[in-house]
Design a protein around this ligand. Structure first.
Ligand code: AMP
Length: 173
């Protein structure tokens, strides 16, 4: 399937010089939506070590992570922006292009040694996925893979991530 034909490019959003890869046009296409969820599941099932939990990063990771977890008979765990989760949390602060942001996860989300896969819609610089990985590693999780719909290869985000398989379905240079 030609995913690039279904993903809409929005130049200069949210700021000049960025080409925003808008997946809403992919999501509303029934075949496109089915294809990306099924493909993520098929590629994940090929992994040597399968995840017990799929961690989705707020907010667009929440579109894909639960669907993947459902396919794999796994659980879904949200990583959220600061102040959204109701129980006790662990937090991590990480650098954005301008300023910093904070991600949080429930302290009791996992037992030590849980096998987890981190999912988001897009990997750009890799900063968000790396911060999530650091948070999970500090909790004693075993990160077994990453999954993205879109990879912006020119930004070399995958170089920031620990040496485990990275699944991405469509790559832009
Ligand atoms: P990063 O931490 O740089 O890998 O950025 C990842 C997050 O920013 C993802 O959650 C994406 O949703 C979003 N993002 C960054 N760049 C783009 C882009 N060009 N198009 C769409 N989403 C993007």
């Amino acid at each position: 399937m030609d995913l690039k034909a279904l993903i809409r490019d929005i130049p200069d959003f949210p700021q000049p010089g960025i080409i925003f890869r808008d997946i809403t046009t992919l999501l509303k296409n029934a075949q496109g939506l089915k294809y990306v969820i099924d493909s993520l599941a098929v590629e994940t099932q090929k992994l040597e070590v399968l995840p017990d939990y799929i961690v989705g990063i707020e907010s667009r990771g929440f579109i894909f992570a639960p669907a993947l977890a459902y396919h794999l008979d796994g659980g879904f765990v949200p990583v959220r922006k600061k102040g959204k989760l109701p129980a006790q949390v662990f937090s991590i602060e990480y650098d954005l292009e301008y300023g910093t942001d904070i991600l949080e996860i429930h302290q009791d989300a996992f037992t030590a040694g849980a096998k987890v896969m981190i999912v988001d819609d897009v990997i750009a610089t890799g900063g968000t996925a790396k911060a999530t990985a650091d948070l999970l590693t500090q909790m004693g999780c075993d990160i077994v893979a990453y999954g993205f719909i879109v990879e912006l290869e020119g930004l070399q985000g995958r170089n920031k991530l620990p040496d485990v398989p990275i699944i991405s379905l469509v790559k832009y240079s």
